[in-house]
Ligand binder design. Structure first.
Ligand code: SF4
Ligand code: SF4
Length: 395
């Protein structure tokens, strides 16, 4: 009889304070470094989540240098496939850091989350290295300008068309669906002919915008989107949340494989938000919660994400759990752990209701029968679209 040795699942890194080895706090083989290059922004979007907790504008200068970042990566992320998202504030306002990181770590993948007002100032070589651009927009011209300021929609579309051919990867319209009157047509147009966008990703706004008939209005738009999604088997309607949900329903293991079964926005497993100060948090919307701190670039330490699904949250008994997997943990945390009752009833529950509604509406279209008739390129994109790695997947 031999004695079994414990299985070592993840590479071992070293705690630089004690020099003791410990298992990597990152779950899985990939890690996303979301570098907040500045918390300054050149726009004043009315719903900006960084406005919560006075985060926006609080850290303008980066306090760590590239050598400290490199040491952190060498020690804490050893053996991982690293991809970097430049985030902010508006990340292009700190172009020197962006470019320095891209030059220093040429083997990494890069994504830019931007309001796209300054993207045309980036050098061609940097645009060429981007795997994805997440460009924030709110819908059509009237909706976008109402949230972001007059003329912003036209400027964003013009800039993105100008750089489209130079961007190495995809461009994804990143919509915060705040206005209940947002129409199917204006969202559909974002992925129509002649636009600079390859994909549309939306998130339901984390704000009390779900009263009166606003849920019914959103449901009516979702019904149209889902009908369009299933209307073709030779072309994929490139709406990431629909793609992701259909994939998750047909192939539940895909909803789990990159996240060890945890939330698909990556906050519980492999998303590191690095503040300009070098402090690290799992969720970019919870930078003001001290006990969420999970590491520091300057101190070169990292621990496992404290933002996890708990038994206080209703997910495991939910009909959507197998394919939703806990959508937004910030919302669930605020609603069920912090027990913010108004937030739970006015934000979290309505969003969960919309997600369950989407699931039922998808089922009405017999997704398996649809998939059985799809072409190989449609299947490949549905299963493997790289943008799933850069967004929350669930809306
Ligand atoms: S719909 Fe809501 S309750 Fe259900 S699994 Fe998703 S986040 Fe959890
Ligand atoms: S979806 Fe994830 S990353 Fe986005 S706000 Fe919620 S918890 Fe944070």
């Amino acid at each position: 009889m031999h004695t079994a040795t414990p299985i070592q699942f993840f590479p071992v890194s070293t705690n630089t304070e004690t020099q003791a080895p410990y298992p990597s706090p990152i779950v899985g083989g990939r890690v996303e470094l979301q570098l907040l290059t500045t918390l300054k922004c050149n726009l004043k979007c009315s719903y900006c989540s960084l406005g919560v907790g006075e985060v926006l504008g609080s850290q303008i200068e980066v306090e760590y240098d590239i050598e400290q970042l490199s040491a952190f990566i060498d020690t804490q992320l050893k053996g991982k496939e690293v991809y970097v998202t430049f985030y902010g504030g508006e990340p292009t306002l700190n172009k020197p850091l962006m470019l320095a990181v891209m030059q220093r770590f040429p083997g990494f993948r890069f994504q830019l989350q931007t309001n796209a007002t300054l993207i045309d100032d980036l050098p061609d070589w940097a645009l060429g290295r981007l795997s994805n651009v997440l460009a924030s927009i709110d819908g059509g011209q009237a909706t976008t300008d109402a949230y972001r300021g007059r003329g912003i929609y036209r400027q964003v579309i013009k800039n993105l068309k100008e750089v489209r051919a130079k961007v190495g990867g995809s461009i994804t319209a990143r919509v915060t669906w705040g206005n209940p009157d947002t129409s199917f047509e204006e969202l559909d147009l974002l992925v129509g002919e002649g636009t600079p966008f390859d994909y549309l990703y939306w998130q339901f706004v984390a704000d009390a915008q779900y009263g009166g008939d606003s849920l019914a209005k959103r449901q009516a738009v979702l019904v149209q989107m889902i009908a369009k999604f299933f209307s073709r088997t030779d072309v994929l309607y490139p709406l990431i949340p629909l793609m992701g949900m259909v994939r998750n329903k047909l192939f539940p293991s895909r909803a789990q494989e990159l996240y060890a079964g945890r939330t698909q926005c990556r906050v519980s497993t492999h998303l590191l938000n690095v503040m300009p100060s070098g402090e690290i948090f799992p969720c970019p919307d919870m930078l003001y919660v001290p006990h969420m701190k999970m590491g520091d670039v300057k101190g070169n330490w990292l621990k496992a994400s404290p933002l996890q699904l708990t038994s206080a949250m209703p997910c495991q008994a939910c009909e959507a759990y197998a394919w939703c997997r806990g959508n937004c943990l910030k919302n669930l945390y605020n609603g069920y752990v912090k027990q913010d009752a108004p937030y739970r009833t006015e934000v979290v529950e309505p969003i969960c209701e919309l997600i369950r509604f989407m699931g039922r509406e998808i089922d009405q279209h017999q997704p398996q029968t649809w998939f059985d008739q799809t072409t190989p390129p449609v299947r490949k994109l549905l299963l493997e679209c790289e943008v799933y790695e850069y967004v929350e997947v669930m809306p």
